[in-house]
Design a protein around this ligand. Structure first.
Ligand code: PAF
Length: 288
């Protein structure tokens, strides 16, 4: 696996693969890779003949008081993970390569609707940063397809909408969340947790599962479900940022008539913000 840091080298390597008739897949990441990322790369190897991963800790998607500076940079270990997962090329650009004129005057991509509320509400400007950098990565690597994790459900919805609205000829694939044995969704931010916080963290997913069971039995109204779920999180020592039940396709607030819902949550343990979600398919028949 080769590592390149310039757009020129990336384009040359992709052009060579394309000239050999290969289908190109891209897996954008911010590094500090875990088995969830490895699963994205393995999926990409099933879908494409030439897999490019990118590692770029994108300053544009971090708010002023967020963890940009302390975000873990672990390039050597990440190269190992990518190589073992079957990646062909790693693109690891500098900030200057990605934003040569600085971020201030950079043209931005903004996706209305699905980027609003949830993480977009708590992290103003975050999704503009994500859609802008992903758009740039798409234009730099010119992939046929790209793979993203479903753990960042709203991010995936934003990217799908951007690709559709801007007619980008790229197929987007979502890959199921990889979890630790106790249910905690793998995340680079889990490394910030103390032992005590790590022990409490699985309660986030446990709460989503209990809410999903109640949603399926159809006896609770959605606001009661959310109120009880938030109480459960607080009792476990988590501070909910948001806990919502949304219609899966457009992320609008769900009603009991919606058949494809997703429960989305963000919660703090100390200063670490964890996110998770659980899709709930209620089938086609009306609830009794
Ligand atoms: O999910 C991430 O790691 C990032 O938001 C992404 C998609 C690589 C854009 O920086």
């Amino acid at each position: 696996m080769k590592t390149v840091s310039s757009v020129r080298e990336l384009r040359a390597a992709v052009a060579e693969a394309r000239a050999a008739g290969k289908r190109v897949g891209l897996v954008p990441t911010m590094g500090n890779l875990h088995s969830g990322h490895a699963a994205l790369v393995r999926r990409a190897t099933q879908l494409a003949d030439f897999v490019v991963a990118s590692i770029f800790v994108n300053p544009m998607q971090f708010g002023a008081n967020e963890d940009l500076d302390k975000y873990p940079r672990t390039l050597a270990a990440d190269q190992e993970t990518l190589f073992e997962a079957g990646c062909d090329l790693l693109f690891a650009p500098t900030v200057a390569e990605m934003y040569p004129r600085g971020m201030q005057g950079q043209t931005r991509v903004s996706v209305p609707g699905v980027s609003e509320g949830l993480c977009g509400g708590s992290r103003p400007g975050h999704f503009d940063g994500v859609s802008t950098v992903v758009c740039k990565l798409f234009n730099m690597a010119l992939p046929d397809l790209a793979v993203f994790g479903e753990k960042d459900f709203q991010q995936l919805a934003v990217i799908r909408r951007m690709v559709s609205d801007l007619n980008m000829p790229i197929e987007i694939f979502g890959e199921p969340t990889v979890r630790a044995e106790d249910g905690l969704a793998l995340s680079s931010r889990n490394g910030y947790l103390t032992a005590e916080q790590r022990a409490a963290a699985p309660r986030l997913y446990a709460t989503l599962m209990q809410m999903a069971a109640r949603l399926r039995d159809g006896k609770s109204d959605i606001s009661a479900l959310i109120r009880d779920g938030a109480r459960q999180l607080e009792e476990a020592g988590l501070r909910p940022d948001y806990l919502e039940v949304r219609e899966a396709s457009n992320l609008q607030p769900a009603t009991l008539e919606d058949r494809h819902c997703v429960i989305l949550a963000a919660a703090y343990l100390g200063t670490t913000r964890l996110i998770d979600n659980l899709a709930v398919d209620l089938g086609d028949s009306a609830k009794s």
